[in-house]
Design a protein around this ligand. Structure first.
Ligand code: MN3
Length: 199
């Protein structure tokens, strides 16, 4: 069985950018529901409990067909939310020299990266995620994925991800996704991104 990771900070730690009630519902209800459905699917093929969730999503094509869609949706949802909590912090530091250099050579600079990512996340017309990813040749890019489809299934390493499902922001921001994105930048855990880069 997979277990729900606790938030690495208090429910109200990201206030006022991400409000306590949203964090509680998002973690205790949504994340829990993905986990429960993921575990229920794996019960049908319990040998899969020996794999990590990353391995399962990387090898999604080899997962038994009768649970492949459930694993794609709920394994993805479980995994992405586990990352999302780690990718935010009330005290997330700043981009390292290596990350700053990589963002400069790929996007022209930190501000240009943030602008491009923001635009991608604001315009992505689906429930899903926007990601900063790194490929096997260490090249950075910004992508969006629909639903809970995972960058790791495409062979990409997620360095930073933003949940753009309405449940992530609707209580506080209603339909104002751009305001949510703007507030989210202030709680990004750059220390996490610094550590993941080239890993
Ligand atoms: Mn979510």
């Amino acid at each position: 069985m997979f277990n729900l990771p606790a938030l690495p900070y208090a429910y109200d730690a990201l206030e006022p950018n991400l409000d306590e009630e949203t964090m509680r519902i998002h973690h205790d209800k949504h994340h829990q529901a993905y986990l429960d459905k993921f575990n229920a699917a794996l019960e049908k093929h319990p040998e899969l409990f020996d794999m990590t969730v990353e391995e399962i999503l990387k090898n999604l094509k080899t997962i038994p067909e009768d649970i492949q869609t459930a694993v794609r949706n709920n394994g993805g949802g479980f995994y992405h939310h586990s990352l999302f909590w780690e990718m935010m912090s009330p005290d997330g530091g700043t981009p390292s020299d290596d990350l700053t250099a990589a963002l400069a050579s790929t996007f022209g600079g930190l501000e240009e990266f943030k602008e491009k990512f923001t635009q991608e996340a604001a315009l992505h017309f689906a429930s899903g995620w926007t990601w900063l990813v790194q490929d096997s040749e260490n090249k950075l890019s910004i992508i969006s994925t629909d639903n809970q489809d995972s960058p790791v299934t495409k062979g990409l390493l997620p360095l930073l991800g933003l949940d753009t499902w309405e449940h992530a922001y609707y209580l506080k921001y209603q339909n104002r996704r751009p305001e949510y994105i703007k507030a989210w930048w202030d709680v990004v855990n750059w220390n996490y991104v610094n550590k993941k880069l080239n890993s």
